[in-house]
Design a protein around this ligand. Sequence first.
Ligand code: GDD
Ligand code: MN
Length: 379
Amino acid sequence: MLQLSVVVPTFRERENVPVLVARLAETLAGIPYEIVFVDDDSPDGTAEAARAIAVADPRVRCVQRIGRRGLSSAVIEGVLASAAPVVVVMDGDLQHDERILPRMLERLRADAADVVVGTRYAGGGGFGDLSGTRVGLSRLATRVARRTLRAETSDPMSGFFMVRRDAFMEAVRDLSGIGFKILLDLLASSPRPLKVAEEPYSFRARQAGESKLDTMALWEFGMLLLDKTVGRFVPVRFIAFALIGGIGVGVHMAILATLLAVSALAFAAAHTVATVATMCANFALNNAITYRDRRLKGSAFVRGLLGFVAICSVGALANVGIAAVLFDRFETTWWASALAGILAGAVWNFAVSSIYTWRPRPPRPAPAPVLRPDPARSL
Ligand code: GDD
Ligand code: MN
């Protein structure tokens, strides 16, 4: 009977894949296991490397996602594509020490725990030679995470943990799936407090490839915290969208002021130019930040931009219309009328662009099957 599913999110890890599979075979000898790689269409051929191994070793599989990015969401899909009663999530770059897996499994059973976290912060764990700033940042984020969410572990930011499938499934529909911190997400989303045990390990240095953790990971961490605190009331994407809209006001004013100062344009013309330029800037920012996981590129970017401008134009009409009606007919104060108009416009822009501009991309439909008469029937 299968005992353990190893879920490995990968992005550009081709060289590490065969090494990881070999090391897992060694350390998991005697434990029936499977390995599921979840690759986000890495350009270096990571998925092909995994499938090349899978041909000879049916314990190995690869889920290849197209047009998607994200460590947490990859992990969720990997867990859903696997079957063992216990799942371990680990990085594909050999930084997580696979030799503690048998001990983690023992601990899960001995402590009757739901989760066993591979920790760098407790008894014997450590950071290897990770840079000082990375360690400092990691410690700070750890403190913030533990304070904001109930995460009873010394290393809530760990990407290395074992979990019972039933505990994961209880939480799966409530997971945010944003960013890098799937363990934190799980601990904060579970309907009941999870029983957590820990197993120390030392974070290894990366041998091949490079880290994908960048400044955006910090933003995504903030979004995860927001989603787990106020996300019940307001979608976090709307918060990001509104923040960028706020920046847009500044952009608009700067362009308008510049045009009025240096060009001969009349106010209405300058205002129109500033409006269009601001829509373009907002589109680019939302594409890079709010919808980073569904970022549009190339011709899709241009099409998305045109659609976005059209949507926002309608939003602007709604904004002005609602504000005018409130002000003229209902004698609402000027600022409340303006705020209501702006809010209505923003909600419209967000709702419609989330459906039309950055809709989750469905897989391209397969070509329609060619209908041939069924030889068996025609007999
Ligand atoms: N499928 C998929 N999609 N995999 C990804 C993506 C993505 O968008 N981004 C990164 N990965 C994979 C990498 O290929 C690697 O196997 C693993 O996720 C971790 O990514 P790294 O880029 O190596 O992250 P790190 O080493 O900087 O961060 C690690 O330490 C953090 C704590 O310090 C990770 O373990 C984090 O989860 C952990 O929070
Ligand atoms: Mn790494």
